[in-house]
Design a protein around this ligand. Structure first.
Ligand SMILES: [Fe+2]
Ligand SMILES: [Fe+2]
Length: 186
């Protein structure tokens, strides 16, 4: 079978849906390369900073790696702003769903909340509450997110920093994605 015959989902057969499952598994094998390709989109737009969004992401991941963060956290650092192109008003959302299947809950939480936590650095300049993160003060991963922002994210707008190129992180992305969905221990 090269393609299905149905024109409405309800008319598909079991054989056709089995065929499509195989197609989707083949498509999934290219997931890592699609993530890396999407990162390249961050090289344009958002003028006004000293570095592109791509360099910011690479620098965030570079700092995480140099601080001996584990590979799940480095992966998160790399893609944490990947949503800036398509969802600039809620940019954490896309990155959250990219990392969620492959990393522990702590890392997903950090990516999800980093937008609120980074307001600590500039929210008061643009009419937002810089201390909005305080509602999470007692959360078990507050420090993890605060440190992500302090040491890696907010610090990574430096054009003179020795930032690793995207190729450096390609094996990591392939490795993380090839692990398959991460299962939380119960
Ligand atoms: Fe961000
Ligand atoms: Fe960022």
């Amino acid at each position: 079978m090269e393609r299905v015959a149905f024109r409405a989902m309800k008319d598909g057969t079991g054989e056709e849906y089995e065929f499509l499952r195989g197609v989707e598994q083949e498509w999934a094998r290219g997931h890592a390369d699609r993530i890396l390709k999407a990162m390249l989109e961050l090289d344009g737009g958002l003028d006004g900073y000293l570095v592109s969004r791509l360099t910011h992401c690479l620098q965030t991941a570079t700092r995480a790696e140099r601080d001996n963060a584990d590979d799940e956290m480095v992966f998160a650092a790399l893609v944490h702003d990947i949503g800036d192109v398509l969802t600039p008003l809620n940019h954490s959302a896309i990155a959250v769903e990219i990392v969620r299947p492959y990393v522990r809950e702590e890392v997903t939480w950090v990516v999800e909340k980093h937008g609120i936590f980074q307001d600590y650095y500039y929210g008061h300049f643009i009419g937002r509450d810089r201390n909005a993160r305080e509602k999470y003060r007692d959360h078990q991963w507050f420090d993890s997110c605060a440190n992500f922002c302090e040491y890696w994210d907010q610090a990574s707008f430096d054009p003179d920093y020795d930032t690793f190129p995207l190729e450096h992180f390609a094996p990591l992305v392939h490795d993380i994605v090839s692990r398959g969905p991460w299962q939380s221990p119960s």
